[in-house]
Design a protein around this ligand. Structure first.
Ligand code: FAD
Length: 300
């Protein structure tokens, strides 16, 4: 389903993010996870794109498989880094031919340990990619649904928070339908970001990125990977008291549950769960919220 129709039909959206597995075995395991999460009736799911286009085929194949083998809508992430205009055209035309309607347009980061020259990329910033995607016909002539990234705590690449809002606005003016945020652990950051967007004249839906901490190692890795995400001292303290990962997961899931309950109370337009290809934490959060699926959450 086109993302514009999803937003028109769902007062609050609930979505799950996956990454393309490296092996066939991990791919099958992911489909067990997807089957478990399908019962939660998300509005859509999304599939990440490896740094520098490293998962170009795997992202495509996973998105297409999800749409063919489940009743879920799958959004494909796509990044500017390491792609020429011809490559972008080929990627988008292939999605259109497969009936894929939605893309999350990202700047992306250059692959680690690579001396990639960004001057060679057709698009430097995500707003240029949004504009390009908008110029393509999409699967049925309606054009693709397009999302973009937002950073409640700021993106490290831009030290000026006012300028950063101008950059975000440029992505919306280029035709983005919605913003999906970086994960955050303090809802005040999301509410402040939402207000700053409003002041900047950004009126598209903003969906909030939530990632429950489930292991200490995962928390450290997350702090490394998730640009701009701060872990509040209260959460750090609670995690540091834990003697094993089962306890860390209980703390992390409880924290994420509180975040979700508060976001719903404050009329968030959508919640996006970073699942790390696992279903347990997300299913536990739904259970803690007292519901069996997104349908009950959408009902308010
Ligand atoms: P941009 O919007 O291009 O912004 C990048 C930086 O440049 C920002 O600091 C911005 O303020 C600044 N900027 C923008 N326009 C201008 C301009 N005209 N002049 C000067 N500065 C400018 N990465 C992946 O590799 N694969 C994924 O699948 C992926 N999925 C993601 C999903 C979400 C929801 C989020 C939040 C991030 C994801 N990322 C992914 C990470 C993302 O690619 C990086 O954080 C990247 O550094 C920023 O992407 P962007 O789309 O915000 O880029």
């Amino acid at each position: 389903m086109h993302i514009q129709d999803i937003f028109a039909q769902h007062r609050t959206t609930f979505s799950f993010e996956f990454f393309p597995p490296k092996t066939d075995a991990a791919g099958e395991e992911l489909f067990t996870t997807i089957a478990a999460l399908q019962a939660l009736q998300p509005s859509f799911v999304s599939v990440t794109y490896g740094a520098g286009g490293s998962t170009r085929d795997r992202t495509h194949d996973l998105v297409v498989r999800i749409e063919r083998e489940t009743n879920l809508t799958a959004v494909s992430h796509l990044t500017c880094v390491c792609h020429s205009r011809d490559e972008m055209t080929a990627i988008l035309d292939r999605y259109a031919a497969s009936g894929i309607e939605n893309v999350l347009a990202l700047g992306g980061d250059p692959p680690k340990n690579s001396a990639h020259d960004r001057e060679k990329d057709a698009f430097r910033y995500a707003n240029e990619l949004v504009e390009f995607i908008r110029s393509r016909p999409g699967p049925n002539g309606r054009g693709f649904g397009v999302g973009v990234a937002g950073f409640p705590e700021g993106h490290p690449g831009c030290p000026n928070r006012l300028q950063e809002m101008d950059h975000l606005k440029r992505k919306i003016d280029a035709g983005a339908d919605y913003i999906c945020t970086q994960l955050f652990f303090d809802n005040r950051d999301l509410y402040d970001f939402r207000e700053r967007c409003d002041l900047a004249g950004i009126k598209v839906p903003i969906i909030a990125g939530i990632m429950p901490v489930t292991t200490k190692a995962g928390m450290v890795r997350m702090a490394e990977l998730a640009a701009g995400a701060r872990i509040p001292a209260k959460l750090l303290k609670a995690v540091s008291r834990c003697t094993d990962d089962a306890a860390v997961a209980r703390v992390g899931i409880s924290w994420a549950t509180e975040q979700c309950a508060d976001l719903l109370h404050n009329s968030v337009r959508g919640i996006h769960f970073y699942t790390l290809n696992k279903s347990d934490a997300t299913r536990q959060i739904y259970q803690n919220l007292g519901v069996e699926s997104s349908v009950a959450l959408r009902a308010g």
